[in-house]
Design a protein around this ligand. Sequence first.
Ligand code: SF4
Length: 350
Amino acid sequence: MKAEPLRVALTTDDYARYPFLPDALRVVRELGLTLEELGETPLGLQILENARGKILSVIENGTYPPPGGDYRLEVSAFTTALLILSQVGDRALTEKFAVAFSKRVFESIEQDAVRRPELLLYLATVFGWSLRAGSGGISIHFKDYVYAQPEFTGPWKLVNRPLSSGYVEVGWRELARLLQTGVKKYVARLVESASVDPSVVPERLYAVVEEVSQKWAKTRSEVLAYAQAGYRKGDATAFPPCTRALLEDIKSGKNLTHSARFALASFLLSVGFSVEETLEVFKASPDYREDLARYQVEHIAGLRGSRTKYTPYKCDNMRSLGLCRWNCQGVKHPLQFFYRAVRGRPPRVE
Ligand code: SF4
Protein backbone atom coordinates (compact mmCIF):
# COMPACT_ATOMS: atom_id res chain seq x y z
CA MET A 1 0.00 0.00 0.00
CA LYS A 2 1.30 3.43 -0.92
CA ALA A 3 1.94 5.76 2.00
CA GLU A 4 -0.52 8.62 2.36
CA PRO A 5 1.11 12.04 1.89
CA LEU A 6 2.31 13.10 5.32
CA ARG A 7 1.36 16.38 6.84
CA VAL A 8 4.61 18.17 7.56
CA ALA A 9 4.92 21.81 8.51
CA LEU A 10 7.02 23.29 5.73
CA THR A 11 8.78 26.62 6.08
CA THR A 12 9.73 29.05 3.35
CA ASP A 13 13.30 27.90 3.92
CA ASP A 14 12.15 24.38 2.96
CA TYR A 15 10.62 25.75 -0.25
CA ALA A 16 13.99 27.28 -1.18
CA ARG A 17 15.87 24.05 -0.40
CA TYR A 18 13.30 21.72 -1.98
CA PRO A 19 11.88 23.86 -4.81
CA PHE A 20 10.38 20.83 -6.58
CA LEU A 21 7.86 20.11 -3.80
CA PRO A 22 4.21 20.53 -4.83
CA ASP A 23 3.68 22.98 -1.95
CA ALA A 24 6.61 25.11 -3.10
CA LEU A 25 5.35 25.12 -6.67
CA ARG A 26 1.91 26.17 -5.48
CA VAL A 27 3.36 29.20 -3.73
CA VAL A 28 4.94 30.30 -6.98
CA ARG A 29 1.75 29.68 -8.94
CA GLU A 30 0.08 32.04 -6.52
CA LEU A 31 2.46 34.76 -7.69
CA GLY A 32 0.46 34.63 -10.92
CA LEU A 33 3.44 35.35 -13.19
CA THR A 34 2.68 34.50 -16.82
CA LEU A 35 5.08 33.09 -19.39
CA GLU A 36 5.01 36.37 -21.33
CA GLU A 37 5.99 38.34 -18.23
CA LEU A 38 9.10 36.19 -17.74
CA GLY A 39 11.08 38.17 -20.25
CA GLU A 40 9.47 41.54 -19.73
CA THR A 41 8.78 42.63 -16.17
CA PRO A 42 11.66 43.41 -13.78
CA LEU A 43 10.69 40.42 -11.63
CA GLY A 44 10.42 38.17 -14.70
CA LEU A 45 13.86 39.25 -15.90
CA GLN A 46 15.34 38.62 -12.47
CA ILE A 47 13.88 35.12 -12.45
CA LEU A 48 15.10 34.42 -15.97
CA GLU A 49 18.62 35.62 -15.16
CA ASN A 50 18.69 33.47 -12.02
CA ALA A 51 17.50 30.40 -13.97
CA ARG A 52 20.14 31.03 -16.64
CA GLY A 53 22.83 31.27 -13.94
CA LYS A 54 21.76 27.97 -12.44
CA ILE A 55 21.97 26.09 -15.74
CA LEU A 56 25.29 27.66 -16.73
CA SER A 57 26.72 26.78 -13.34
CA VAL A 58 25.75 23.16 -13.96
CA ILE A 59 27.31 23.18 -17.44
CA GLU A 60 30.50 25.00 -16.45
CA ASN A 61 31.19 23.67 -12.94
CA GLY A 62 28.88 20.69 -12.60
CA THR A 63 27.25 22.28 -9.54
CA TYR A 64 23.80 23.67 -8.79
CA PRO A 65 24.21 26.91 -6.79
CA PRO A 66 23.19 26.93 -3.11
CA PRO A 67 19.72 28.36 -2.44
CA GLY A 68 19.49 32.12 -2.02
CA GLY A 69 17.50 33.93 0.67
CA ASP A 70 14.41 34.72 -1.43
CA TYR A 71 12.37 31.53 -1.63
CA ARG A 72 9.98 32.89 -4.25
CA LEU A 73 12.88 33.74 -6.55
CA GLU A 74 14.51 30.38 -5.82
CA VAL A 75 11.44 28.31 -6.71
CA SER A 76 10.49 30.45 -9.71
CA ALA A 77 14.01 30.28 -11.10
CA PHE A 78 14.07 26.51 -10.60
CA THR A 79 10.81 26.04 -12.53
CA THR A 80 12.03 28.42 -15.24
CA ALA A 81 15.23 26.39 -15.50
CA LEU A 82 13.10 23.28 -16.09
CA LEU A 83 11.24 25.10 -18.83
CA ILE A 84 14.50 26.17 -20.49
CA LEU A 85 15.86 22.61 -20.30
CA SER A 86 12.69 21.24 -21.82
CA GLN A 87 13.06 23.69 -24.71
CA VAL A 88 16.72 22.73 -25.19
CA GLY A 89 15.51 19.12 -25.33
CA ASP A 90 18.89 17.45 -24.75
CA ARG A 91 18.60 14.36 -22.59
CA ALA A 92 22.25 14.46 -21.52
CA LEU A 93 21.94 18.07 -20.31
CA THR A 94 18.76 17.25 -18.41
CA GLU A 95 20.57 14.34 -16.80
CA LYS A 96 23.54 16.52 -15.86
CA PHE A 97 21.25 19.17 -14.38
CA ALA A 98 19.25 16.55 -12.46
CA VAL A 99 22.44 15.01 -11.05
CA ALA A 100 23.88 18.37 -9.95
CA PHE A 101 20.55 19.45 -8.46
CA SER A 102 20.11 16.17 -6.56
CA LYS A 103 23.60 16.51 -5.10
CA ARG A 104 22.75 19.97 -3.83
CA VAL A 105 19.45 18.74 -2.37
CA PHE A 106 21.23 15.79 -0.75
CA GLU A 107 23.05 18.26 1.52
CA SER A 108 19.67 19.37 2.88
CA ILE A 109 18.33 15.82 3.10
CA GLU A 110 21.38 14.77 5.13
CA GLN A 111 20.84 17.61 7.59
CA ASP A 112 17.15 16.80 7.88
CA ALA A 113 17.89 13.11 8.43
CA VAL A 114 19.31 14.20 11.79
CA ARG A 115 17.07 17.06 12.84
CA ARG A 116 13.74 16.39 11.06
CA PRO A 117 13.52 12.81 9.80
CA GLU A 118 9.77 13.22 9.16
CA LEU A 119 10.73 15.44 6.24
CA LEU A 120 12.47 12.48 4.59
CA LEU A 121 9.28 10.46 4.95
CA TYR A 122 7.36 13.32 3.38
CA LEU A 123 9.76 13.44 0.41
CA ALA A 124 9.31 9.70 -0.07
CA THR A 125 5.53 10.10 -0.22
CA VAL A 126 5.90 12.91 -2.78
CA PHE A 127 7.71 10.37 -4.97
CA GLY A 128 4.92 7.86 -4.31
CA TRP A 129 7.14 5.42 -2.44
CA SER A 130 5.78 2.92 0.00
CA LEU A 131 7.45 2.99 3.42
CA ARG A 132 6.69 1.45 6.77
CA ALA A 133 8.15 1.72 10.21
CA GLY A 134 10.00 -1.39 11.36
CA SER A 135 11.43 -2.40 14.71
CA GLY A 136 14.93 -1.45 13.57
CA GLY A 137 14.02 1.67 11.57
CA ILE A 138 12.40 2.32 8.20
CA SER A 139 11.53 -0.22 5.53
CA ILE A 140 10.93 0.59 1.89
CA HIS A 141 9.08 -1.50 -0.65
CA PHE A 142 11.58 -3.43 -2.73
CA LYS A 143 10.27 -1.95 -6.03
CA ASP A 144 10.97 1.58 -4.78
CA TYR A 145 14.32 0.43 -3.40
CA VAL A 146 15.34 -1.00 -6.78
CA TYR A 147 14.08 2.12 -8.56
CA ALA A 148 16.31 4.35 -6.43
CA GLN A 149 19.26 2.20 -5.39
CA PRO A 150 22.38 4.25 -6.12
CA GLU A 151 24.64 1.26 -6.72
CA PHE A 152 24.16 -2.31 -7.83
CA THR A 153 27.12 -3.78 -5.97
CA GLY A 154 28.21 -4.44 -2.39
CA PRO A 155 25.81 -3.63 0.43
CA TRP A 156 23.32 -1.96 -1.93
CA LYS A 157 22.78 -5.14 -3.94
CA LEU A 158 19.24 -6.38 -3.25
CA VAL A 159 20.37 -9.97 -2.62
CA ASN A 160 22.59 -8.69 0.19
CA ARG A 161 19.65 -7.08 2.04
CA PRO A 162 17.17 -8.79 4.35
CA LEU A 163 13.72 -8.71 2.77
CA SER A 164 10.56 -8.97 4.88
CA SER A 165 7.15 -9.21 3.15
CA GLY A 166 8.54 -7.31 0.17
CA TYR A 167 10.11 -4.52 2.26
CA VAL A 168 13.81 -3.72 2.62
CA GLU A 169 15.05 -2.24 5.87
CA VAL A 170 17.17 0.89 5.53
CA GLY A 171 18.86 3.33 7.90
CA TRP A 172 18.15 7.07 7.76
CA ARG A 173 21.39 7.75 5.90
CA GLU A 174 20.55 5.09 3.37
CA LEU A 175 17.07 6.53 2.95
CA ALA A 176 18.69 9.93 2.37
CA ARG A 177 20.83 8.41 -0.39
CA LEU A 178 17.82 6.70 -1.99
CA LEU A 179 15.99 10.01 -1.90
CA GLN A 180 18.87 11.66 -3.74
CA THR A 181 18.30 9.28 -6.65
CA GLY A 182 14.56 9.89 -6.28
CA VAL A 183 15.12 13.65 -6.61
CA LYS A 184 17.26 13.14 -9.69
CA LYS A 185 14.63 11.05 -11.46
CA TYR A 186 11.76 13.26 -10.30
CA VAL A 187 13.44 16.38 -11.68
CA ALA A 188 14.18 14.67 -15.00
CA ARG A 189 10.47 13.81 -15.23
CA LEU A 190 9.51 17.40 -14.39
CA VAL A 191 11.65 18.59 -17.30
CA GLU A 192 9.85 16.18 -19.63
CA SER A 193 6.48 17.43 -18.50
CA ALA A 194 7.47 21.13 -18.61
CA SER A 195 7.22 21.37 -22.37
CA VAL A 196 5.30 24.26 -23.91
CA ASP A 197 4.69 25.13 -27.53
CA PRO A 198 7.90 26.90 -28.72
CA SER A 199 5.78 29.44 -30.60
CA VAL A 200 4.54 30.91 -27.30
CA VAL A 201 8.00 31.12 -25.71
CA PRO A 202 8.88 34.83 -25.27
CA GLU A 203 11.88 36.10 -27.18
CA ARG A 204 14.05 36.82 -24.14
CA LEU A 205 13.49 33.34 -22.82
CA TYR A 206 14.21 31.87 -26.21
CA ALA A 207 17.51 33.78 -26.33
CA VAL A 208 18.51 32.01 -23.10
CA VAL A 209 17.47 28.66 -24.60
CA GLU A 210 19.78 29.36 -27.56
CA GLU A 211 22.65 30.49 -25.36
CA VAL A 212 22.36 27.38 -23.16
CA SER A 213 22.15 25.09 -26.23
CA GLN A 214 25.30 26.62 -27.70
CA LYS A 215 27.26 26.48 -24.45
CA TRP A 216 26.25 22.88 -23.91
CA ALA A 217 27.11 21.84 -27.47
CA LYS A 218 30.53 23.49 -27.14
CA THR A 219 31.25 21.84 -23.80
CA ARG A 220 30.14 18.46 -25.07
CA SER A 221 32.20 18.70 -28.22
CA GLU A 222 35.31 19.81 -26.32
CA VAL A 223 35.02 16.97 -23.80
CA LEU A 224 34.22 14.44 -26.48
CA ALA A 225 37.10 15.63 -28.69
CA TYR A 226 39.41 15.23 -25.72
CA ALA A 227 38.11 11.75 -24.94
CA GLN A 228 38.31 10.61 -28.55
CA ALA A 229 41.81 12.02 -29.02
CA GLY A 230 42.78 10.15 -25.89
CA TYR A 231 41.28 6.96 -27.26
CA ARG A 232 42.93 7.26 -30.67
CA LYS A 233 46.37 8.13 -29.32
CA GLY A 234 46.22 5.99 -26.22
CA ASP A 235 46.96 9.35 -24.57
CA ALA A 236 48.39 8.75 -21.10
CA THR A 237 46.58 11.70 -19.57
CA ALA A 238 43.14 11.26 -21.13
CA PHE A 239 41.78 8.19 -19.35
CA PRO A 240 42.43 6.74 -15.92
CA PRO A 241 44.78 3.74 -15.87
CA CYS A 242 41.90 1.30 -15.23
CA THR A 243 40.16 2.36 -18.44
CA ARG A 244 43.36 2.38 -20.46
CA ALA A 245 44.11 -1.14 -19.25
CA LEU A 246 40.68 -2.32 -20.42
CA LEU A 247 41.22 -0.70 -23.82
CA GLU A 248 44.62 -2.37 -24.09
CA ASP A 249 43.07 -5.73 -23.20
CA ILE A 250 40.47 -5.33 -25.94
CA LYS A 251 43.05 -4.25 -28.50
CA SER A 252 45.26 -7.21 -27.66
CA GLY A 253 42.36 -9.62 -28.28
CA LYS A 254 41.51 -10.53 -24.69
CA ASN A 255 37.94 -11.34 -23.73
CA LEU A 256 36.70 -8.96 -21.03
CA THR A 257 34.59 -10.16 -18.11
CA HIS A 258 31.02 -8.91 -17.85
CA SER A 259 31.93 -6.33 -15.20
CA ALA A 260 34.93 -5.14 -17.22
CA ARG A 261 32.68 -4.60 -20.25
CA PHE A 262 30.21 -2.70 -18.10
CA ALA A 263 33.00 -0.55 -16.63
CA LEU A 264 34.38 0.33 -20.07
CA ALA A 265 31.05 0.89 -21.85
CA SER A 266 29.58 3.00 -19.05
CA PHE A 267 32.76 5.10 -18.90
CA LEU A 268 32.83 5.76 -22.66
CA LEU A 269 29.11 6.61 -22.77
CA SER A 270 29.52 8.93 -19.78
CA VAL A 271 32.28 10.94 -21.45
CA GLY A 272 30.13 11.43 -24.54
CA PHE A 273 30.80 8.49 -26.86
CA SER A 274 27.66 7.55 -28.79
CA VAL A 275 26.32 3.99 -28.80
CA GLU A 276 27.88 3.49 -32.27
CA GLU A 277 31.28 4.82 -31.16
CA THR A 278 31.21 2.61 -28.08
CA LEU A 279 30.33 -0.43 -30.21
CA GLU A 280 33.24 0.43 -32.48
CA VAL A 281 35.59 0.04 -29.50
CA PHE A 282 34.11 -3.37 -28.64
CA LYS A 283 34.42 -4.63 -32.21
CA ALA A 284 38.01 -5.62 -31.43
CA SER A 285 36.74 -8.22 -28.89
CA PRO A 286 37.33 -11.77 -30.12
CA ASP A 287 33.78 -12.83 -29.17
CA TYR A 288 32.10 -9.67 -30.52
CA ARG A 289 28.48 -10.16 -31.54
CA GLU A 290 26.81 -7.04 -32.88
CA ASP A 291 23.28 -7.92 -31.66
CA LEU A 292 24.34 -8.81 -28.11
CA ALA A 293 26.80 -5.95 -27.77
CA ARG A 294 24.26 -3.42 -29.10
CA TYR A 295 21.64 -4.67 -26.65
CA GLN A 296 24.03 -4.35 -23.70
CA VAL A 297 25.43 -0.96 -24.69
CA GLU A 298 21.95 0.49 -25.35
CA HIS A 299 20.83 -0.87 -21.98
CA ILE A 300 23.76 0.84 -20.21
CA ALA A 301 23.03 4.05 -22.15
CA GLY A 302 19.47 3.99 -20.73
CA LEU A 303 17.81 3.44 -24.10
CA ARG A 304 16.22 0.13 -23.09
CA GLY A 305 14.54 -1.55 -20.13
CA SER A 306 14.28 0.65 -17.06
CA ARG A 307 15.59 3.65 -19.08
CA THR A 308 18.21 4.18 -16.40
CA LYS A 309 21.50 5.51 -17.70
CA TYR A 310 24.15 3.67 -15.74
CA THR A 311 27.18 5.41 -14.33
CA PRO A 312 30.57 3.68 -14.18
CA TYR A 313 31.64 1.88 -11.01
CA LYS A 314 33.35 3.89 -8.30
CA CYS A 315 37.04 3.22 -7.60
CA ASP A 316 36.19 1.09 -4.54
CA ASN A 317 33.97 -1.14 -6.65
CA MET A 318 36.60 -1.30 -9.41
CA ARG A 319 39.12 -2.51 -6.83
CA SER A 320 36.84 -5.16 -5.38
CA LEU A 321 36.11 -6.42 -8.89
CA GLY A 322 39.83 -6.72 -9.60
CA LEU A 323 39.72 -3.97 -12.25
CA CYS A 324 42.00 -1.52 -10.45
CA ARG A 325 45.52 -1.99 -9.11
CA TRP A 326 46.43 1.70 -9.02
CA ASN A 327 46.06 4.56 -6.62
CA CYS A 328 45.00 7.80 -8.29
CA GLN A 329 45.55 10.57 -5.75
CA GLY A 330 42.34 12.18 -4.49
CA VAL A 331 40.15 10.25 -6.92
CA LYS A 332 37.09 8.24 -5.91
CA HIS A 333 35.61 7.74 -9.33
CA PRO A 334 37.17 7.15 -12.76
CA LEU A 335 35.09 10.02 -14.19
CA GLN A 336 36.60 12.33 -11.59
CA PHE A 337 40.03 11.40 -12.97
CA PHE A 338 38.89 12.16 -16.51
CA TYR A 339 37.33 15.56 -15.75
CA ARG A 340 40.41 16.65 -13.83
CA ALA A 341 42.52 15.65 -16.81
CA VAL A 342 40.21 17.66 -19.10
CA ARG A 343 40.89 20.69 -16.92
CA GLY A 344 44.63 20.10 -17.33
CA ARG A 345 45.13 18.67 -13.83
CA PRO A 346 45.48 14.90 -14.25
CA PRO A 347 45.77 13.21 -10.84
CA ARG A 348 49.05 11.62 -9.75
CA VAL A 349 49.01 7.84 -10.17
CA GLU A 350 50.86 5.45 -7.91
S1 SF4 B 1 41.96 4.60 -8.63
FE1 SF4 B 1 39.98 4.81 -9.68
S2 SF4 B 1 40.41 6.02 -11.47
FE2 SF4 B 1 42.36 5.29 -10.71
S3 SF4 B 1 42.75 3.43 -11.84
FE3 SF4 B 1 41.72 2.84 -9.97
S4 SF4 B 1 39.54 2.79 -10.48
FE4 SF4 B 1 40.58 3.89 -12.08
